[in-house]
Design a protein around this ligand. Structure first.
Ligand SMILES: NC(=O)c1ccc[n+]([C@@H]2O[C@H](COP(=O)([O-])OP(=O)(O)OC[C@H]3O[C@@H](n4cnc5c(N)ncnc54)[C@H](OP(=O)(O)O)[C@@H]3O)[C@@H](O)[C@H]2O)c1
Length: 242
């Protein structure tokens, strides 16, 4: 992949991994359409660099998605990279039941359905532009789940398998998958040890992106994959949690 002179749409660009991706891609002289819900954070991004175009949108809402796609079609038809990064994780026990279905639906929507919708909607644009790519952010939990977040793990496993199959279908458009370990962001605040910074994740990803390595196992995910191959039972034990 060419690292510079791209137009990149990043969902969840206001925080964590998405923000670190935004900052890194600016260093390589790209233009970014930064999507998020937080108005203040989007304004900060806009002030940071004129190559950032903020777009305030709740991607879990169909009208938000429709407006985003219309905006891209009308004003950014040179878009060549889509990064499906925005995601949410709820921790719950299915036996508890309280307001469960709302959470289940929200997680499946934001983490799985919306990335697929976005891909389908921007594919006609990506097809006509050069150096085009789709980047999906899954998780090490897509490979081996943890007990506390069954639906989150399920959505990420879905993104993982979907990304592979989509890669088989698309020729000109490259399909990447970032598979992060535990990263130090708002999503993991107050839990887990041995987190890496979002910047470290992005540095690893960029090296792989440049070399067209499509499935990008970040940090400890490399080790997890080896353990899971040799002893799936041990991998399960490590990842399950209490
Ligand atoms: N952190 C980890 O350890 C880890 C590990 C594996 C995978 N991941 C994955 O990495 C991705 C980024 O996670 P993160 O840790 O950087 O999370 P984060 O710090 O909580 O940031 C999440 C981002 O998603 C955006 N977002 C969430 N819901 C949205 C919605 N309905 N509409 C628009 N934007 C929305 C948020 O923006 P606003 O608040 O502005 O809406 C924010 O920018 C996720 O897909 C996550 O599952 C994270």
């Amino acid at each position: 992949m060419r690292l510079h002179k791209n137009k990149i749409l990043i969902t969840g660009a206001t925080a964590g991994i998405g923000k670190a991706l935004t900052e890194k891609f600016l260093e390589f002289d790209n233009e970014i359409i930064a999507v998020g819900r937080n108005k203040e954070k989007l304004e900060e991004l806009e002030k940071l660099d004129k190559r950032i175009t903020p777009f305030k949108c709740d991607i879990s809402k169909q009208d938000g998605l429709d407006k985003l796609i219309l905006f891209v079609e009308q004003e950014h038809s040179d878009l060549n990279i889509l990064i499906n990064n925005a995601g949410i994780q709820y921790n719950y026990n299915f036996a508890d039941g309280h307001q469960l279905l709302h959470k289940v639906e929200h997680e499946i929507n934001v983490n799985f359905l919306v990335p697929l919708k976005l891909i389908a909607l921007v594919l006609p644009i990506l097809k006509i532009n050069d150096n085009s790519a789709i980047v999906n952010v899954s998780s090490g939990l897509a490979l081996v789940p943890k007990m506390d977040a069954p639906v989150y793990c399920g959505t990420k496993a879905g993104i993982h398998i979907f990304s592979k199959a989509l890669r088989y279908q698309l020729n000109k458009i490259k399909v990447f998958e970032i598979i992060p370990p535990l990263v130090d962001t708002a999503m993991t605040k107050g839990r887990g040890k041995g987190k890496i910074s979002p910047q470290k994740l992005v540095d690893e990803f960029i090296k792989a992106f440049k070399k067209n390595k499509f499935e990008v196992n970040i940090g400890k995910v490399k080790l997890l994959r080896i353990i899971n191959r040799i002893s799936p039972r041990l991998a399960d034990k490590i990842m399950k949690g209490k």
